[in-house]
Design a protein. Structure first.
Lengths: 488, 488
């Protein structure tokens, strides 16, 4: 029997305590490769906790590469993996892991290690960033050269906390194309949307903070909420968004500080909500004075059908904080995103930003500005659209051809993402993902995108880094596995 | 009589409540230009708070440009200034300032507005970053071009959270020159030291966190501690560092989580501690298991006398977290710094960093790497040394020539900073600074670098952006004002 001690008074969630202690036992060699973990039911009874809690811990241990799932739903310790968080060699006088446990950090740091079971080229449906093969490096290099020649010395000095002003002015004009009317004081550049979200959480942070979140939602946002110990109020997503009557009830009952939504090409679902839905959602936020965080991370990536305006374009009462980024269409490595919101809100966020990391990389912001005003950006977008329209068409065609009809798959009108949800729980998600991996495809586990344990397996597919041939081959492999489990 | 309501139960410090309400009254026009604020003694009595609290609020209002000090030590509302934090127009449904008040943010955001009273060229002793006139822009441009040609597409993708590996490997070798032995796993690149400090505070953050800090210390670190509501245990700095017997007592009595120190060219004092002091301080940290944060922000800027090794070079027990940066010798605008510490510590910090902003600007990291390994960096440092040695000599000479002997001024052996402390409180700091401003010199207020109210005026001088002629002219102006107040 494994000895695990749970401290229910601790601020560290119980499932994280379990993860940490099991990881410790595995790292320390107490549990060896091939050893079976106790059945989740048993361990739950032993610890006096909910079975779902143990289940979640097991899932994360699996995702971190500590265990494999075996049919019959037990977990065994797998061969060694890499791990971000080092428990600390005995060489240090300081108990770093102890500090980590007391801080709000524990468990954030386990990363997916993966293991290559498949002999051959793995088709990787996981990365969500523009294909390196489509990156306009040469044009950008010219822009970088230009700004260094013309204003190098000043760009290499400390910059404005709000970001390089000409780029903010460009964004003011650019957002007008999407119907958004903001002034230059209402935009702050950030180091990408991850920082935008972190700054927003710092601004709203207080004991007992409640946040309404779509389920599923962006996985790193869920991790961030976990880090801030925010209370997550989940709003299940249907094919047309959340149930607005339910949103209304939740707003009244829970009074969340804000609602985080991705209206276009939702991550991970790939779906977009309708114009009418957006208007009604905004109205609800206004009525209940709930701030709406609109993440427009792929605003520009609409390539089928008519464009639908972002919610921010209708925001006459200034309740929407809009997030944009260059990471999903241009250069993720430059870390340039932005927040557009009420001037008072932006000035508070800038004040926080100043003590967090002072300011962003001014040189990159200036080079991107140059890239945009030289007309390169519009050309690049056109090229991306042409390319990804073909890819998405190939993906949807392959879904019809290879994926059993019983599997629900979204039909995006843009962006890079599709979502497949199984009809029932006859197979565990981790087992299904191992099978897919064995068949030569890598996908993102559905569970990552939920704050609560899910019983029905699902997974996210990104076509960002794959061409049409690769997409078709990958879908064929997925289809084979799914047909095996669910029949044709 | 002014109506101010103080909530003593609030987590917002009382002095911030005062600031906020007075600023509100001024912004709203209730208090008009020229209006006198109540005497601090009176307001303190009225509110039932300590006079020092009111005093601090008044100081910050002054620093934010809301008021001017008049002889006889009362404050009047001055003509309009700019302010970072906008109280929010009536246009928004959301009370952004209210959210700001509930979060830990209030007051962080007031910035120094300044006002040009002097007719002519102001000599600016405030900026702490390399002189733009000395920036090696052309060499850097070549490096940037090179890395974009050779590995542009991969550098523009999402990078490693730990930072561009070749630069980390370079730093491993480079730190050996300072006697520091670390492996590549013990270094993480950050967006500058401000982010390094923020990540460290996030790691240590817990209710009741205690931090030992030199007094005075880096002003933005004090603001950060305030934001995290950390309890500051101040250690007064003498000419040879803090009193180590006192450090010992404080470590025993207060058990701080860590001690933050700047052994070389201390900000704001400009002084460096001795080899013996460093050894004894490290020993104390080991004995009491207090983590030592060593900020080596100007490690490379020693240009008089013998180099003294950083404390990290003696850190056999792994209790030191060492911070470095390129911002004070190369390009602040690129936001590249680093943390060197025990592997377990670094892996925890990286885990936090991943959810905070994912990773840094990989392209800039690669271009700096190229700049360093091409030999440009060493040449640039030599040039900086040559230049700043002359400037510092000019500054010290001008101090002897123009500054009354009764004023205590530090004698740095490197870096950019000098510190002047007045012999008594016959003049208020804010009044003194107004006088200096009127005489055509801008300096950094001493109070900024303390977490507690100081009665003896002091100020920081940076020679970073001034050449020898400017330094001499500026010192002459300072000397004139000080002689007027304190006699020759």
């Amino acid at each position: 029997m494994i000895l695990i001690k749970i401290d229910k008074q601790s601020t560290v969630p119980v499932f994280r305590q379990i993860i940490h202690q099991l990881a410790f036992l595995i790292d320390g060699g107490v549990l060896k490769v091939g050893d079976r973990l106790p059945a989740s039911r048993m361990l739950a009874a032993q610890l006096g906790v909910n079975r779902a809690t143990v289940y979640r811990a097991y899932e994360e241990l699996w995702a971190a590469g500590y265990t494999e799932s075996r049919p019959g739903s037990y977990s065994v310790v797998r061969a060694r993996m890499t791990m971000n968080v080092d428990p600390g060699p005995p060489g240090s006088l300081i108990d770093w892991a102890g500090i980590g446990r007391e801080s709000r950090l524990v468990g954030q740091s386990l990363t997916f290690a993966g293991r290559k079971l498949f002999q051959g080229e793995i088709i990787n449906f996981r990365p969500l960033s523009p294909d390196s093969r489509l990156m306009p490096v040469d044009d950008f290099r010219k822009c970088m050269h230009d700004v260094l020649v013309k204003e190098g010395a000043s760009l290499l000095q400390y910059g404005d906390t709000f970001g390089y002003r000409p780029l903010r002015e460009f964004l003011v004009r650019h957002l007008q194309k999407h119907g958004i009317q903001v002034s230059v004081d209402e935009i702050m550049l950030t180091n990408g949307s991850q920082q935008s979200l972190d700054l927003i959480l710092r601004f709203f942070d207080k004991p007992g903070l409640k946040v309404a979140v779509e389920q599923p939602s962006y996985s790193q946002f869920i991790n961030l909420l976990d880090f801030y110990q925010a209370q997550v109020v989940g709003l299940p997503m249907g094919e047309n968004g959340a149930d607005l009557a339910e949103v209304d009830r939740i707003f009244v009952r829970e009074k969340p500080a804000f609602f985080y939504t991705m209206p276009n090409f939702h991550n991970p679902l790939g779906i977009s909500t309708s114009q009418e839905y957006r208007e009604r959602l905004l109205k609800l936020c206004e009525t209940h004075r709930v701030v709406l965080i609109e993440d427009g991370f792929e605003e520009e990536m609409k390539f089928f059908g008519k464009a639908i305006l972002p919610i921010k374009s209708m925001d006459s009462k200034q309740v929407v904080i809009y997030l944009g980024t260059f990471s999903k269409v241009l250069f993720p490595g430059l870390r340039v995103g932005w927040i557009a919101a009420d001037k008072a809100c932006i000035s508070h966020l800038a004040a926080i930003r100043q003590i967090v990391d002072h300011s962003g990389n001014q040189l990159s912001q200036a080079a991107i500005y140059k890239y945009c005003i030289s007309g390169y950006y519009d050309l690049h977008l056109k090229r991306l659209h042409r390319e990804y329209r073909k890819r998405m068409q190939a993906a949807l065609k392959a879904v019809r051809e290879f994926i059993p009809e019983i599997i629900r798959c979204t039909k995006p009108s843009g962006g890079y993402l599709l979502w497949m949800k199984m009809p029932d729980d006859r197979i565990e998600e981790s087992v299904l993902l191992e099978k897919l991996s064995g068949a030569g495809v890598s996908v993102s586990p559905g569970q990552l995108f939920f704050s609560e344990k899910q019983t029905i397996p699902a997974f996210r597919l990104s076509i960002a880094h794959l061409d049409e041939t690769e997409i078709r081959l990958g879908m064929e492999r997925i289809g084979r596995v799914l047909s095996e489990v669910y029949g044709r």
